[in-house]
Design a protein around this ligand. Sequence first.
Ligand code: PRX
Length: 648
Amino acid sequence: MGEKANQSQKDITGFRPPEDFVRNAIVNDPDIYRRAEEDPESFWEENAGGIEWYRKWDRVLEWEPPHSKWFIGGKLNACYNCLDVNLDQHADKTAIIWEGENGDIRNYTYKELLEEVCRFANVLKGMGVKKGDIVTIYLPMIPEVVISMLACARIGAPHSVVFAAFSGDSLATRIGNANSRVLITCDGYSRRGKIIEQKNKVDDGIRSCGLIDQVIVVRHMGNEITMKDGRDIWWHEAMENSDSSCEPEVMDSEDMLFLMYTSGTTGKPKGIVHTTGGYMVTTQTTTKFVFDLKNEDIYWCTADCGWITGHSYLVYGPLSNGTTLVIYEGAPDYPDKDRYWDIIERHKVTILYTAPTAIRTFMKWGASWPQMHDISTLRLIGSVGEPINPGAWLWYHENIGMGRCPVVDTWWQTETGMIMISPLPGITTTKPGSATLPIPGIKAAVLDDKGNEVAPGQDGYLAILDPWPSMVRTVFGNEERFIETYWIKWDNKTYFAGDGAKKDEDGYFWIIGRVDDVIKVSGHRIGSAEFESILVSHPSVAEAGVVGKEDELRGEVIYSYVTLKSGIEESNELKKELTAYAEKNIGPFARPRQIIFSDDLPKTRSGKIMRRVLKAIANEKDPGDVSTLQDPAVVEMLKEKTRMLESA
Ligand code: PRX
C-alpha cells in the first residue's frame, strides 16, 4: 500500500478518509444520506433487521409530538440481542477483556458471559425482582457492572446505573426517585492504587432513604466492610448455586430498558427514560457505522457505565454487534502516564473511543508516552462528551491516530441515546473541531430564539427536527419537566438540545457548548442549580451562584460565588470546608475550582440570581447590560474579586 493511500489527505476543507479505509469501510457510499433523508422510517426499519425480534412490529413510528413510539407491537429482549444471538458464530469469541488497575486480567467469551448473566438474572429473580422493577447499580468498571446491566435487561427489570464516584447522598437521591428496592454494589475499588470504600458510601447514603431492601455486594478489593444482616448478601455466595440458564423476558419495543439520571437546570437530577426497541436498533446501527466495527476489531470505549456512553457504546451497541471489548478499571496515569498506550499495545486495540479532557491531558503529558508503545493496531479513534478544540483534535489525529486513523468526533447526549452528529469514517471529510454532519436518518439544525434557521457562521441553538428511535421518552415521574426542558422552546415538536452551535458554509456543525445552566467538567454534567442547592444546605451559606469557567484541560471548571449567613466570617478554612462539603455531597469529580465569598450577588429586581452575569464575570467577559440588576455595582466588585483570584 502506498504512503498516500495510508494517510488522511489534507485538502482545503479538511481531512479526507484514507483511500484504503474507504475501500474497506462498512459504509462508504454517500448515497446513504440521501436514502435516509428521503424516507427515514424505511431507513430505520431496514436497520431494525439487525436485531432479532420475537415478534415483528406493526408500524415503525407513531409521532404525537413530543411523544414518539417506535417499532410498535415489536417484541424483543436487549440482553438476548447482546449475548444469545452471538452463540451460533461467536460462542468462544472473547466478549470482554477486563483489566483491573492492579493489572489483573479477566476475560469472558460470549458463552461465559451469557452464563454469568443468566446466573445473576436468576439471583435477581430469586430475590423477587420482577419485570418493571427498577434495580440500582452502583459499581465501578468491573465485569459485574456489565453482567448486572444485562441480567436486568434479561428479566425486564430496568436498571439505573449510578456513577460509582457519586457520593452516598447522590446515590440515595437517585434510589429515592426511582423507587428502587434492590441495589448492586461492591466492597471497594481501586483508584490510583488507593481503595475507594464504596460499601461505606452505600451504608451512609441509604440510611437516609430507607427504600432499599436488599444489597448485593461484589467482593472486589477485599477491604473490610460491614454486612447488614437480612439486607446485604455477597454476590459470590448468591451466585454459587444459581442456574446458568434463564429464559429472556419478552419485552415490548416500548418497555423501559433503563433509567439514566442526568443533571439539568433544576436542583434535582432527572431520570431519562429509554425504551427497548428503538434504542437497540440505533445503538447497534450507529456502533457499526460510526466505528466501522468489524468482527476482528478490539474495541475500547473508555467511558464509565455510570454514563450514557457506557450504556450505548460499551454495552448495548458493541455487544449486539458481537464485538470484543476492552474494559479498564482504573486511572490513565496509574502506575504511569502510559497506561492507556500500554493497554492498547498489549490487547492490540484497533478502535479507541475517549473524551476530549483525556485527550487534552495526554497532550499535556506529551507524545513521548504513547511513543513508548506500539499502538499501530489502532485504525479508528473517536471523541465524545464535550467540544474538542482543533488543537487537541490535531494532536490526537497525529500522535494517536498516526495521521492515518479517521477521527470521529461524535455529538450526542444522555437524552438522544445514540450518536447524532458525527463523521461516517469511510465517507466524511473531517474538520478538526467539528462533529461534522448529522448521521443518516437524523435531521438537525441551528435555530434562533424564534425557531428560524440562522445563517451559516452564526451562533444559534442546536435542534433536532424529526423524531429518532432512541429519543428520550419522558423524564421519570415528571412528564412536565420533560416537556419544559426539551420541547416548549419552539413548537413542541422540535427538540431543544441545550447546546449552542453553528453551521458553516458546508453545512458542518460546530458545537459551542451548553447554553443552559449545565456545567461540563471533564465531560461530566453538573447542574448549576443542583450544586447551589447543596452549597446552601451548608449551615454557613446564605446564597450561592455556581457557574462554569472555561478551562484548557477540563473544558469547564466550577466557580462558586457564595454569600455567607450574617455573622459568619470568611476564611480559607471555610473555603476548604465548603469544597469538601460539595465533594462529599456530589462526588470528587465535582470539586469546585474556586469559591468566591461576596456580600451580594447579581440579582434581578425580583431577587433571582443572574447566572449569565456570573458566568461572564468568571470568564472575564463582558456581562452585557446590567442596568436591570438590583445593584449593578455588585458586578464591578465581583469582577475585581475574580481578577484578584486569577492573579493570585
Ligand atoms: O454539551 C454537549 C456535550 O455533552 C452534552 C451531553 O452530555 P451527556 O448527556 O452527559 O452525554 C455525554 C455523552 C454523549 C451535550 O449536550 N457533548 C457531547 N458530545 C459532544 C459534546 N459537545 C461537543 N462535541 C461533542 N462531540
